[in-house]
Design a protein around this ligand. Structure first.
Ligand SMILES: NCCCC[C@H](NC(=O)[C@@H](N)CCCCN)C(=O)O
Length: 469
Protein backbone atom coordinates (compact mmCIF):
# COMPACT_ATOMS: atom_id res chain seq x y z
CA UNK A 1 0.00 0.00 0.00
CA UNK A 2 2.82 2.41 0.96
CA UNK A 3 4.62 1.51 -2.28
CA UNK A 4 1.48 2.34 -4.26
CA UNK A 5 1.20 5.70 -2.51
CA UNK A 6 4.89 6.46 -3.12
CA UNK A 7 4.60 5.68 -6.83
CA UNK A 8 2.18 8.26 -8.17
CA UNK A 9 -0.86 9.19 -6.15
CA UNK A 10 -2.82 10.36 -9.22
CA UNK A 11 -2.49 6.93 -10.82
CA UNK A 12 -2.85 4.74 -7.75
CA UNK A 13 -6.16 2.87 -7.35
CA UNK A 14 -5.32 2.31 -3.66
CA UNK A 15 -4.93 6.07 -3.16
CA UNK A 16 -8.31 6.89 -4.69
CA UNK A 17 -10.14 4.28 -2.56
CA UNK A 18 -8.38 5.66 0.54
CA UNK A 19 -9.54 9.14 -0.46
CA UNK A 20 -13.10 7.81 -0.79
CA UNK A 21 -12.93 6.17 2.66
CA UNK A 22 -11.62 9.40 4.24
CA UNK A 23 -14.30 11.72 2.84
CA UNK A 24 -17.10 9.15 3.18
CA UNK A 25 -16.22 8.86 6.88
CA UNK A 26 -16.56 12.65 7.26
CA UNK A 27 -20.04 12.37 5.68
CA UNK A 28 -20.99 9.46 7.96
CA UNK A 29 -20.24 11.69 10.96
CA UNK A 30 -22.28 14.52 9.41
CA UNK A 31 -25.33 12.34 8.69
CA UNK A 32 -25.14 10.93 12.24
CA UNK A 33 -25.55 14.47 13.62
CA UNK A 34 -28.28 15.28 11.06
CA UNK A 35 -30.57 12.59 12.47
CA UNK A 36 -29.33 12.31 16.06
CA UNK A 37 -32.30 14.27 17.49
CA UNK A 38 -35.05 12.33 15.66
CA UNK A 39 -35.38 9.47 18.16
CA UNK A 40 -34.98 11.88 21.10
CA UNK A 41 -38.31 13.66 20.49
CA UNK A 42 -40.15 11.98 23.38
CA UNK A 43 -37.23 12.65 25.78
CA UNK A 44 -37.03 16.30 24.71
CA UNK A 45 -40.74 16.59 25.48
CA UNK A 46 -40.55 14.81 28.84
CA UNK A 47 -37.23 16.16 30.18
CA UNK A 48 -36.92 19.58 28.53
CA UNK A 49 -40.57 20.50 28.16
CA UNK A 50 -40.41 20.79 24.35
CA UNK A 51 -43.67 20.65 22.39
CA UNK A 52 -44.14 19.04 18.95
CA UNK A 53 -44.12 22.55 17.47
CA UNK A 54 -40.77 23.24 19.17
CA UNK A 55 -39.42 20.04 17.63
CA UNK A 56 -40.84 20.98 14.20
CA UNK A 57 -39.32 24.48 14.49
CA UNK A 58 -35.94 22.98 15.42
CA UNK A 59 -36.07 20.35 12.61
CA UNK A 60 -36.96 22.88 9.91
CA UNK A 61 -33.91 24.96 10.93
CA UNK A 62 -31.73 22.58 8.85
CA UNK A 63 -32.73 24.40 5.66
CA UNK A 64 -33.21 28.01 6.90
CA UNK A 65 -29.84 29.50 5.98
CA UNK A 66 -29.37 27.24 2.94
CA UNK A 67 -32.68 28.22 1.38
CA UNK A 68 -33.35 31.78 2.51
CA UNK A 69 -29.81 33.14 2.86
CA UNK A 70 -28.69 31.26 -0.30
CA UNK A 71 -25.81 29.73 1.66
CA UNK A 72 -25.78 26.66 -0.57
CA UNK A 73 -25.45 28.78 -3.70
CA UNK A 74 -22.59 30.77 -2.16
CA UNK A 75 -21.07 27.48 -1.00
CA UNK A 76 -21.12 26.16 -4.58
CA UNK A 77 -19.49 29.31 -5.89
CA UNK A 78 -16.80 29.12 -3.19
CA UNK A 79 -16.28 25.47 -4.10
CA UNK A 80 -15.68 26.21 -7.77
CA UNK A 81 -13.56 29.28 -7.00
CA UNK A 82 -11.49 28.03 -4.04
CA UNK A 83 -11.44 24.29 -4.65
CA UNK A 84 -12.39 21.17 -2.72
CA UNK A 85 -9.73 21.38 0.00
CA UNK A 86 -10.56 24.89 1.22
CA UNK A 87 -14.34 24.40 0.92
CA UNK A 88 -14.28 20.98 2.58
CA UNK A 89 -12.29 22.28 5.54
CA UNK A 90 -14.54 25.33 5.76
CA UNK A 91 -17.69 23.18 5.78
CA UNK A 92 -16.36 20.83 8.49
CA UNK A 93 -15.46 23.83 10.68
CA UNK A 94 -18.99 25.23 10.12
CA UNK A 95 -20.46 21.84 11.11
CA UNK A 96 -18.36 21.70 14.31
CA UNK A 97 -19.39 25.27 15.28
CA UNK A 98 -23.06 24.45 14.62
CA UNK A 99 -23.04 21.23 16.65
CA UNK A 100 -21.09 23.00 19.42
CA UNK A 101 -23.86 25.62 19.72
CA UNK A 102 -26.55 22.94 19.59
CA UNK A 103 -24.84 20.89 22.30
CA UNK A 104 -24.39 23.96 24.51
CA UNK A 105 -28.09 24.84 24.07
CA UNK A 106 -29.34 21.35 24.93
CA UNK A 107 -26.93 20.89 27.86
CA UNK A 108 -27.66 24.31 29.42
CA UNK A 109 -30.43 25.36 31.74
CA UNK A 110 -32.03 28.55 30.40
CA UNK A 111 -34.30 28.84 33.47
CA UNK A 112 -37.43 28.85 31.29
CA UNK A 113 -36.35 31.99 29.36
CA UNK A 114 -38.14 32.67 26.09
CA UNK A 115 -38.16 35.12 23.20
CA UNK A 116 -40.93 36.38 20.90
CA UNK A 117 -40.32 35.99 17.15
CA UNK A 118 -42.97 37.22 14.68
CA UNK A 119 -45.54 37.07 17.47
CA UNK A 120 -44.71 33.48 18.56
CA UNK A 121 -43.11 32.77 21.92
CA UNK A 122 -40.15 30.39 21.60
CA UNK A 123 -38.04 29.03 24.43
CA UNK A 124 -34.46 30.34 24.33
CA UNK A 125 -33.15 26.78 24.46
CA UNK A 126 -35.16 25.76 21.37
CA UNK A 127 -34.07 28.90 19.53
CA UNK A 128 -30.35 28.42 20.25
CA UNK A 129 -30.52 24.71 19.42
CA UNK A 130 -32.24 25.62 16.13
CA UNK A 131 -29.60 28.28 15.32
CA UNK A 132 -26.88 25.69 15.95
CA UNK A 133 -28.68 23.18 13.73
CA UNK A 134 -29.19 25.81 10.98
CA UNK A 135 -25.42 26.54 10.99
CA UNK A 136 -24.71 22.81 10.94
CA UNK A 137 -27.16 22.46 7.99
CA UNK A 138 -25.05 24.92 5.98
CA UNK A 139 -21.90 22.92 6.77
CA UNK A 140 -23.26 19.46 5.95
CA UNK A 141 -24.92 20.54 2.70
CA UNK A 142 -21.75 22.33 1.49
CA UNK A 143 -19.75 19.26 2.58
CA UNK A 144 -22.18 17.15 0.49
CA UNK A 145 -21.51 19.08 -2.72
CA UNK A 146 -17.78 19.21 -1.96
CA UNK A 147 -17.56 15.45 -1.50
CA UNK A 148 -19.50 14.91 -4.74
CA UNK A 149 -16.93 17.06 -6.55
CA UNK A 150 -14.04 15.25 -4.84
CA UNK A 151 -15.40 11.91 -6.05
CA UNK A 152 -15.75 13.23 -9.60
CA UNK A 153 -12.19 14.62 -9.43
CA UNK A 154 -10.69 11.30 -8.34
CA UNK A 155 -13.00 8.79 -10.05
CA UNK A 156 -13.95 10.34 -13.42
CA UNK A 157 -13.61 7.74 -16.14
CA UNK A 158 -13.28 5.04 -13.46
CA UNK A 159 -15.71 3.59 -10.90
CA UNK A 160 -17.57 6.91 -10.46
CA UNK A 161 -21.08 5.63 -9.68
CA UNK A 162 -19.80 2.84 -7.43
CA UNK A 163 -17.74 5.40 -5.49
CA UNK A 164 -20.75 7.72 -5.13
CA UNK A 165 -22.91 4.76 -4.12
CA UNK A 166 -20.39 3.74 -1.46
CA UNK A 167 -20.21 7.31 -0.16
CA UNK A 168 -24.02 7.46 0.11
CA UNK A 169 -24.00 4.02 1.78
CA UNK A 170 -21.56 5.35 4.42
CA UNK A 171 -23.79 8.38 4.94
CA UNK A 172 -26.79 6.06 5.43
CA UNK A 173 -24.79 4.12 8.07
CA UNK A 174 -24.59 7.46 9.93
CA UNK A 175 -28.39 7.83 9.68
CA UNK A 176 -29.01 4.21 10.68
CA UNK A 177 -26.64 4.52 13.67
CA UNK A 178 -28.31 7.74 14.79
CA UNK A 179 -31.76 6.18 14.61
CA UNK A 180 -30.78 2.98 16.38
CA UNK A 181 -28.21 3.83 19.09
CA UNK A 182 -29.19 7.37 20.09
CA UNK A 183 -32.11 6.42 22.38
CA UNK A 184 -29.95 3.71 24.04
CA UNK A 185 -27.11 6.20 24.67
CA UNK A 186 -29.45 8.83 26.05
CA UNK A 187 -31.03 6.30 28.39
CA UNK A 188 -27.68 4.79 29.46
CA UNK A 189 -26.23 8.21 30.38
CA UNK A 190 -29.56 9.59 31.56
CA UNK A 191 -29.02 12.68 29.40
CA UNK A 192 -30.44 13.97 26.13
CA UNK A 193 -27.31 15.99 25.40
CA UNK A 194 -24.91 13.02 25.66
CA UNK A 195 -25.54 11.62 22.12
CA UNK A 196 -24.95 15.13 20.73
CA UNK A 197 -21.60 15.34 22.56
CA UNK A 198 -20.71 11.95 21.10
CA UNK A 199 -21.67 13.25 17.66
CA UNK A 200 -19.47 16.30 18.21
CA UNK A 201 -16.48 14.11 19.09
CA UNK A 202 -17.19 11.90 16.09
CA UNK A 203 -17.33 14.98 13.87
CA UNK A 204 -13.91 16.13 15.16
CA UNK A 205 -12.53 12.73 14.06
CA UNK A 206 -14.31 13.26 10.73
CA UNK A 207 -12.52 16.59 10.44
CA UNK A 208 -9.13 14.94 11.02
CA UNK A 209 -10.05 12.40 8.37
CA UNK A 210 -10.71 15.27 5.96
CA UNK A 211 -7.34 16.86 6.81
CA UNK A 212 -5.64 13.59 5.75
CA UNK A 213 -7.56 13.82 2.46
CA UNK A 214 -6.30 17.42 2.03
CA UNK A 215 -2.69 16.18 2.27
CA UNK A 216 -3.31 13.51 -0.39
CA UNK A 217 -5.21 15.85 -2.70
CA UNK A 218 -2.44 18.47 -2.48
CA UNK A 219 0.08 15.81 -3.50
CA UNK A 220 -2.11 14.77 -6.45
CA UNK A 221 -2.47 18.34 -7.70
CA UNK A 222 1.29 18.88 -7.45
CA UNK A 223 1.82 15.81 -9.62
CA UNK A 224 -0.66 17.05 -12.20
CA UNK A 225 0.55 20.66 -12.15
CA UNK A 226 1.59 20.79 -15.78
CA UNK A 227 -0.90 18.28 -17.08
CA UNK A 228 -4.20 19.06 -18.78
CA UNK A 229 -6.03 17.14 -16.04
CA UNK A 230 -6.09 20.22 -13.79
CA UNK A 231 -9.41 22.05 -13.73
CA UNK A 232 -10.11 25.34 -15.50
CA UNK A 233 -10.87 28.20 -13.09
CA UNK A 234 -14.49 29.10 -12.33
CA UNK A 235 -16.00 32.27 -13.79
CA UNK A 236 -19.11 33.98 -12.43
CA UNK A 237 -20.95 33.75 -15.76
CA UNK A 238 -20.77 29.93 -15.43
CA UNK A 239 -23.95 30.09 -13.32
CA UNK A 240 -25.89 31.58 -16.24
CA UNK A 241 -24.45 28.92 -18.51
CA UNK A 242 -25.63 26.16 -16.14
CA UNK A 243 -29.22 27.44 -15.90
CA UNK A 244 -29.44 27.59 -19.69
CA UNK A 245 -28.92 23.80 -19.92
CA UNK A 246 -32.27 21.97 -20.23
CA UNK A 247 -30.79 18.69 -18.94
CA UNK A 248 -29.73 20.48 -15.74
CA UNK A 249 -33.34 21.54 -15.04
CA UNK A 250 -34.72 18.06 -15.75
CA UNK A 251 -32.31 16.41 -13.32
CA UNK A 252 -32.77 19.15 -10.66
CA UNK A 253 -36.57 18.95 -10.83
CA UNK A 254 -36.47 15.14 -10.81
CA UNK A 255 -34.23 15.43 -7.72
CA UNK A 256 -36.57 17.70 -5.75
CA UNK A 257 -39.67 15.64 -6.69
CA UNK A 258 -38.14 12.24 -5.98
CA UNK A 259 -36.39 13.18 -2.71
CA UNK A 260 -39.57 15.01 -1.54
CA UNK A 261 -41.44 11.74 -1.95
CA UNK A 262 -38.90 9.89 0.23
CA UNK A 263 -37.29 11.96 3.04
CA UNK A 264 -40.53 13.79 4.06
CA UNK A 265 -42.43 10.48 3.77
CA UNK A 266 -39.97 8.93 6.23
CA UNK A 267 -40.73 11.72 8.75
CA UNK A 268 -44.38 10.59 8.76
CA UNK A 269 -43.86 6.87 8.16
CA UNK A 270 -43.97 5.79 11.85
CA UNK A 271 -47.24 7.72 12.27
CA UNK A 272 -48.59 6.01 9.13
CA UNK A 273 -47.64 2.61 10.57
CA UNK A 274 -49.57 3.44 13.73
CA UNK A 275 -52.65 4.98 12.15
CA UNK A 276 -53.10 2.70 9.14
CA UNK A 277 -51.43 -0.59 10.04
CA UNK A 278 -52.28 -0.66 13.75
CA UNK A 279 -48.63 -1.03 14.84
CA UNK A 280 -48.09 0.28 18.38
CA UNK A 281 -46.42 3.69 18.74
CA UNK A 282 -43.37 2.15 20.42
CA UNK A 283 -42.70 -0.22 17.49
CA UNK A 284 -43.90 2.05 14.70
CA UNK A 285 -40.36 3.14 13.71
CA UNK A 286 -39.05 -0.38 13.13
CA UNK A 287 -40.41 -0.98 9.63
CA UNK A 288 -39.44 2.52 8.32
CA UNK A 289 -35.94 2.08 9.82
CA UNK A 290 -35.36 -0.85 7.43
CA UNK A 291 -35.19 1.64 4.57
CA UNK A 292 -31.77 3.25 5.31
CA UNK A 293 -30.35 -0.16 6.25
CA UNK A 294 -31.46 -1.62 2.88
CA UNK A 295 -29.94 1.23 0.87
CA UNK A 296 -26.49 0.64 2.47
CA UNK A 297 -25.99 -2.45 0.27
CA UNK A 298 -28.15 -1.60 -2.70
CA UNK A 299 -26.90 1.93 -3.55
CA UNK A 300 -23.29 0.78 -4.29
CA UNK A 301 -24.71 -2.29 -6.06
CA UNK A 302 -26.75 -0.20 -8.52
CA UNK A 303 -23.87 2.29 -8.79
CA UNK A 304 -21.58 -0.52 -9.90
CA UNK A 305 -24.21 -1.64 -12.41
CA UNK A 306 -24.37 1.89 -13.88
CA UNK A 307 -20.54 2.05 -14.07
CA UNK A 308 -20.34 -1.19 -16.03
CA UNK A 309 -23.60 -1.38 -18.00
CA UNK A 310 -24.79 2.24 -18.25
CA UNK A 311 -28.57 2.90 -18.57
CA UNK A 312 -28.49 5.71 -15.98
CA UNK A 313 -31.64 7.43 -17.30
CA UNK A 314 -33.53 4.12 -17.41
CA UNK A 315 -32.51 3.36 -13.80
CA UNK A 316 -33.98 6.74 -12.72
CA UNK A 317 -37.17 6.03 -14.65
CA UNK A 318 -37.61 2.57 -13.11
CA UNK A 319 -37.03 4.00 -9.59
CA UNK A 320 -39.66 6.70 -10.22
CA UNK A 321 -42.24 4.12 -11.39
CA UNK A 322 -41.55 2.04 -8.28
CA UNK A 323 -42.10 4.96 -5.90
CA UNK A 324 -45.51 5.69 -7.48
CA UNK A 325 -46.56 2.06 -7.10
CA UNK A 326 -45.46 2.01 -3.42
CA UNK A 327 -47.25 5.24 -2.46
CA UNK A 328 -50.42 4.29 -4.35
CA UNK A 329 -50.56 0.94 -2.54
CA UNK A 330 -49.99 2.74 0.77
CA UNK A 331 -52.94 4.99 -0.13
CA UNK A 332 -55.48 2.17 -0.61
CA UNK A 333 -57.65 2.30 2.56
CA UNK A 334 -58.39 -1.45 2.50
CA UNK A 335 -54.70 -2.48 2.63
CA UNK A 336 -53.91 -2.53 6.34
CA UNK A 337 -51.78 -5.64 6.81
CA UNK A 338 -48.36 -4.85 8.37
CA UNK A 339 -46.70 -7.46 6.12
CA UNK A 340 -47.71 -5.39 3.12
CA UNK A 341 -46.20 -2.32 4.83
CA UNK A 342 -42.96 -4.26 5.23
CA UNK A 343 -42.89 -5.29 1.55
CA UNK A 344 -43.69 -1.72 0.45
CA UNK A 345 -40.91 -0.20 2.58
CA UNK A 346 -38.42 -2.73 1.16
CA UNK A 347 -39.58 -1.83 -2.37
CA UNK A 348 -39.20 1.86 -1.51
CA UNK A 349 -35.66 1.07 -0.31
CA UNK A 350 -34.89 -0.44 -3.74
CA UNK A 351 -36.31 2.66 -5.49
CA UNK A 352 -34.34 4.91 -3.12
CA UNK A 353 -31.17 3.05 -4.07
CA UNK A 354 -31.87 3.07 -7.81
CA UNK A 355 -32.50 6.78 -8.36
CA UNK A 356 -29.67 8.32 -6.24
CA UNK A 357 -27.15 5.76 -7.53
CA UNK A 358 -27.78 6.97 -11.08
CA UNK A 359 -28.73 10.60 -10.49
CA UNK A 360 -25.61 12.01 -8.82
CA UNK A 361 -23.03 10.37 -11.14
CA UNK A 362 -25.09 11.62 -14.13
CA UNK A 363 -24.59 15.30 -13.26
CA UNK A 364 -20.93 15.38 -14.47
CA UNK A 365 -22.12 14.04 -17.83
CA UNK A 366 -24.36 17.10 -18.26
CA UNK A 367 -22.25 19.81 -16.58
CA UNK A 368 -18.52 20.51 -17.22
CA UNK A 369 -16.25 19.76 -14.25
CA UNK A 370 -15.26 23.38 -13.51
CA UNK A 371 -18.95 24.26 -12.98
CA UNK A 372 -19.83 21.09 -11.04
CA UNK A 373 -19.69 22.62 -7.54
CA UNK A 374 -22.12 25.34 -8.54
CA UNK A 375 -24.34 22.85 -10.38
CA UNK A 376 -24.54 20.46 -7.38
CA UNK A 377 -25.19 23.46 -5.12
CA UNK A 378 -28.07 24.66 -7.32
CA UNK A 379 -29.56 21.14 -7.35
CA UNK A 380 -29.26 20.85 -3.54
CA UNK A 381 -30.79 24.33 -3.16
CA UNK A 382 -33.83 23.40 -5.28
CA UNK A 383 -34.07 20.09 -3.40
CA UNK A 384 -33.96 21.87 0.01
CA UNK A 385 -37.18 23.76 -0.87
CA UNK A 386 -38.96 20.42 -1.22
CA UNK A 387 -37.39 18.93 1.90
CA UNK A 388 -38.63 21.98 3.83
CA UNK A 389 -41.98 22.56 2.11
CA UNK A 390 -43.40 19.05 1.67
CA UNK A 391 -43.34 18.03 5.38
CA UNK A 392 -45.01 21.36 6.17
CA UNK A 393 -47.70 20.73 3.53
CA UNK A 394 -48.36 17.17 4.74
CA UNK A 395 -48.68 18.40 8.36
CA UNK A 396 -51.25 21.02 7.28
CA UNK A 397 -53.19 18.48 5.17
CA UNK A 398 -53.26 16.01 8.07
CA UNK A 399 -54.55 18.60 10.52
CA UNK A 400 -57.13 20.09 8.17
CA UNK A 401 -58.47 17.17 6.12
CA UNK A 402 -57.43 13.85 7.64
CA UNK A 403 -58.39 13.85 11.31
CA UNK A 404 -60.58 10.87 12.12
CA UNK A 405 -63.27 11.70 14.71
CA UNK A 406 -62.25 9.27 17.36
CA UNK A 407 -58.77 7.81 17.79
CA UNK A 408 -60.08 4.48 18.99
CA UNK A 409 -62.24 4.00 15.89
CA UNK A 410 -59.29 3.57 13.53
CA UNK A 411 -57.32 1.27 15.77
CA UNK A 412 -60.38 -0.83 16.49
CA UNK A 413 -61.28 -1.07 12.82
CA UNK A 414 -57.79 -2.20 11.91
CA UNK A 415 -56.66 -4.48 14.67
CA UNK A 416 -59.73 -5.18 16.73
CA UNK A 417 -57.60 -4.25 19.75
CA UNK A 418 -57.31 -0.79 21.22
CA UNK A 419 -53.70 0.04 22.11
CA UNK A 420 -53.53 2.15 25.31
CA UNK A 421 -52.01 5.17 23.55
CA UNK A 422 -54.79 5.42 20.92
CA UNK A 423 -57.21 6.79 23.48
CA UNK A 424 -55.11 9.87 24.18
CA UNK A 425 -54.15 10.96 20.68
CA UNK A 426 -55.72 12.15 17.45
CA UNK A 427 -55.97 9.56 14.66
CA UNK A 428 -55.38 10.34 10.99
CA UNK A 429 -56.51 8.87 7.69
CA UNK A 430 -53.37 8.89 5.53
CA UNK A 431 -55.08 8.41 2.13
CA UNK A 432 -54.68 12.01 0.93
CA UNK A 433 -51.04 12.46 2.11
CA UNK A 434 -50.11 9.19 0.38
CA UNK A 435 -51.82 10.39 -2.82
CA UNK A 436 -49.74 13.58 -2.58
CA UNK A 437 -46.55 11.51 -2.29
CA UNK A 438 -47.73 9.37 -5.25
CA UNK A 439 -48.37 12.59 -7.21
CA UNK A 440 -44.77 13.67 -6.61
CA UNK A 441 -43.74 10.26 -7.94
CA UNK A 442 -45.88 10.68 -11.09
CA UNK A 443 -44.18 14.03 -11.76
CA UNK A 444 -40.81 12.30 -11.20
CA UNK A 445 -41.69 9.83 -13.97
CA UNK A 446 -42.48 12.75 -16.27
CA UNK A 447 -39.12 14.43 -15.61
CA UNK A 448 -37.23 11.14 -15.87
CA UNK A 449 -38.81 10.72 -19.34
CA UNK A 450 -37.87 14.28 -20.31
CA UNK A 451 -34.30 13.59 -19.16
CA UNK A 452 -34.17 10.39 -21.21
CA UNK A 453 -35.41 12.29 -24.29
CA UNK A 454 -32.97 15.17 -23.75
CA UNK A 455 -30.14 12.66 -23.33
CA UNK A 456 -30.95 11.21 -26.76
CA UNK A 457 -31.06 14.69 -28.28
CA UNK A 458 -27.90 16.07 -26.65
CA UNK A 459 -25.85 12.86 -26.38
CA UNK A 460 -24.96 13.32 -22.69
CA UNK A 461 -24.10 9.63 -22.47
CA UNK A 462 -26.42 8.88 -19.52
CA UNK A 463 -27.10 5.45 -21.01
CA UNK A 464 -23.37 4.73 -21.43
CA UNK A 465 -21.20 2.99 -18.79
CA UNK A 466 -19.04 5.31 -16.67
CA UNK A 467 -15.93 3.15 -16.88
CA UNK A 468 -13.92 4.01 -19.98
CA UNK A 469 -12.09 1.00 -21.29
N1 LIG B 1 -22.61 12.22 -3.84
C1 LIG B 1 -24.03 12.25 -3.66
C2 LIG B 1 -24.48 13.35 -2.80
C3 LIG B 1 -25.97 13.44 -2.57
C4 LIG B 1 -26.49 12.50 -1.53
C5 LIG B 1 -27.88 12.85 -1.11
N2 LIG B 1 -27.90 13.99 -0.23
C6 LIG B 1 -28.72 15.02 -0.41
O1 LIG B 1 -29.45 15.05 -1.36
C7 LIG B 1 -28.71 16.16 0.61
N3 LIG B 1 -28.87 17.41 -0.06
C8 LIG B 1 -29.85 16.03 1.59
C9 LIG B 1 -29.58 15.04 2.65
C10 LIG B 1 -30.67 15.04 3.70
C11 LIG B 1 -30.31 14.07 4.79
N4 LIG B 1 -31.38 13.83 5.67
C12 LIG B 1 -28.43 11.62 -0.37
O2 LIG B 1 -29.00 10.76 -1.07
O3 LIG B 1 -28.30 11.55 0.84
Amino acid sequence: MVAALQKKISESATARWIVLALVAFTMLCGYFITDVMAPLKPMLEQQMGWSSSDYGFFTSAYGWFNVFLLMLIFGGMILDKMGVRFTGLMSTVIMVIGVGIKYWAIASDFGGASVTIFGSVISSQVLWAAIGYAIFGVGIEIAGITVSKIIVKWFKGKELALAMGLEMACARIGTALALSITPLLAEEFGSVSMPILLGLLLLCIGMISFVVFVVMDTKRDRELKDSAELEEPFRFRDIFEIVRIKGFWYIAILCVLFYSAVFPFLKYAPDLMFNKFGISEKLSGIIPALLPFGTILLTPFFGNLYDRRGKGATIMLVGSFMIVAVHLLFAVPAFTNWLLALVLIITLGIAFSLVPSAMWPSVPKIIPENKLGTAYALIFWIQNWGLMGVPYLIGKVLDNYCVVDNATTVAEEITGVVAPETVTRVAYDYTVPMLIFAGLGVLSILFAFLLLRENKKMGYGLQQPNIRK
